[in-house]
Design a protein around this ligand. Structure first.
Ligand code: NDP
Length: 475
């Protein structure tokens, strides 16, 4: 019913919803009602609709068991509505003296279990709907870590690619000159995401300190010389592999000796490839927005880091320096890394980068596990296809939670004015990832959905936030 109604114009939908008799007759479930409300109230935000649909669908069993109470408290309406959305202008001057203007966003989605926490995405595709989808997912991800952090996300349609360091600094300073009013070590702690790495965080931190005079843990992903945590750079990719290893172990399989397809060639992908190799697996692909690499000898991580982290160059440079690597141009060939025959797939680039066709190819080629390093990289129909075909599938809000978990460890170190060793942080990260897997596995089993890790992650993440929201009253 929600699919059909979702296509009606908002005016018609509003009338339908307000019609008492129709409502009683139709006996719409609370989940469907709230999903339709989200579509009607947030037009032209397909990624946000998709994220809400995926979460609400898998919570259906929990919501229906508590429907009367949740409905009376409008718990779902509150959880799908950001507490605050900050939209602002970011003017800056380029190297030619021309003034440029970008849009800035920070969505403070939910602070029931801790200060807002979530990254800043700098990419030309960024809009409010994308930031809302990411912020919404972040609520449940942060809850799953077991640490006291709420959900938020932000960013801008600024593209750091091809800009000089001075231009990136000018943008970051202007961005923080507005955003600093709304963030703080105990209120909202942004971090990196696509396009926001150590360089951008450094410029933002410097400007925050200059404006406020405060030397506090307001951003995470900081450099080691000014409050950053060891292992934060590696955390998302490493955490992904710790979770995959545990998921395989609990299903009577092992990671060592398996071939792996990875997409992306950024922070998450690089450290996922590195940890996969350390654990005895063989990653054979990586990609960026223009092309992908197939390297049957296994990806050379040192070379990949040199090309992407140092030179900020395209993957053609990797292929030029590595005789065993084949470079494929995505636009020219219409192919991608999911066409390679592998045992495990780890999408680590961006949302909706693995669709139903890709899922069919991967399954036909014998893939048995998929875990998301990126946020929502798998479309809903592809996810269902994997699940129906017995592929172990772990959603990003669980499998990429190592990044935000280690950010929370960075916040703890900043508060203590202490720095932990790499080994200490890495071992805490591993424990957190193993616990996340068991929490979602247990939640799925408890609700009769054994092996459905999407449902398990959403249920486990939701229950803690719902309990805190209920305890704190109508706020
Ligand atoms: P980076 O900017 O470091 O790398 C992103 C990679 O994905 C690049 O190789 C980039 O290629 C590619 N990419 C980006 N957009 C597109 C696109 N539209 N189409 C194809 N390829 C694209 O980002 P991260 O590695 O930090 O983030 C990757 C994903 O992981 C995102 O979904 C992010 O939200 C998620 N994530 C990141 C965390 C972190 O700690 N960094 C934590 C949890 C989740 P190109 O350079 O050509 O643009």
């Amino acid at each position: 019913m929600s699919e059909t109604k979702g296509r009606l114009c908002p005016f018609v939908m509003e009338n339908l919803k307000n019609n008492k008799f129709l409502k009683e007759d139709m006996k719409m479930s609370y989940v469907d009602e709230v999903y339709d409300l989200v579509v009607a109230k947030n037009p032209a935000q397909p990624e946000f609709h998709q994220a809400v649909k995926e979460v609400l669908e898998s919570l259906r069993v929990v919501i229906e068991a508590n429907e009367e109470k949740y409905r009376k408290d409008a718990l779902l309406e509150r959880i799908v509505t950001p507490e605050r959305q900050i939209l602002f202008r970011v003017p800056w001057v380029d190297d030619k003296g021309q003034v440029q203007v970008n849009n800035g966003f920070r969505v403070q989605f939910n602070s029931a279990i801790g200060p807002y926490k979530g990254g800043l995405r700098l990419h030309p595709s960024v809009n409010l709907g994308i930031i809302k989808f990411l912020g919404f997912e972040q609520i449940f991800k942060n809850s799953l870590t077991g640490l006291p952090i709420g959900g938020g996300k932000g960013g801008s349609d600024f593209d750091p690619k091809g800009k000089s360091d001075r231009e990136v600094m000018a943008f970051c300073q202007s961005f923080i000159t507005e955003l600093y009013k709304y963030i703080g070590a105990d209120t909202d702690v942004p971090a990196g995401d696509i396009g926001t790495g150590a360089r951008e965080i450094g410029y933002m931190y410097g400007q925050y300190k200059r404006l406020t005079g405060l030397y506090e843990g307001v951003l995470t992903g900081k450099g080691l010389s000014y409050g950053g945590s060891l292992a934060r750079t590696e955390a998302t990719g490493y955490g992904l592999l710790y979770l995959v290893e545990e998921m395989l172990k609990c299903n009577g399989k092992e990671l060592a000796g398996k071939t792996v397809a990875v997409s992306g060639a950024g922070n998450v992908a690089i450290y996922a490839i590195q940890k996969a190799q350390q654990l005895g697996a063989k990653p054979v692909t990586c990609s960026d927005s223009t092309g992908w690499i197939y390297d049957p000898e296994g990806i050379d991580v040192a070379l990949l880091k040199e090309v992407k982290e140092v030179k900020r160059a395209r993957l053609t440079e990797y292929a030029a320096a590595r005789p065993s690597a084949q470079y494929h141009d995505k636009a020219k060939e219409g192919t991608n890394q999911w066409s390679v025959k592998v045992d495990i797939a780890l999408p680590c680039a961006t949302q909706n980068e693995l669709n139903l066709e890709d899922a069919k190819t991967l399954v036909a080629n014998g893939v048995f596990a998929v875990a998301e390093g990126a946020n929502m990289p798998t479309t809903m129909d592809a996810t269902e296809y994997f699940q129906k075909n017995g592929v172990l599938f772990c959603p990003g809000k669980a499998s990429n939670a190592g990044g935000v978990a280690t950010s929370a460890l960075e916040m703890s170190q900043n508060s203590e004015r202490l720095s932990w060793t790499f080994e200490e942080v890495d071992s805490k990260l591993k424990n957190i990832m193993v616990n996340i897997f068991h929490n979602l596995d247990d939640a799925a089993k408890k609700y009769g959905l054994e092996g459905n890790y999407v449902a398990g992650a959403n249920i486990a993440g939701f229950l803690k936030v719902a309990e805190a929201m209920t305890a704190q009253g109508i706020v």
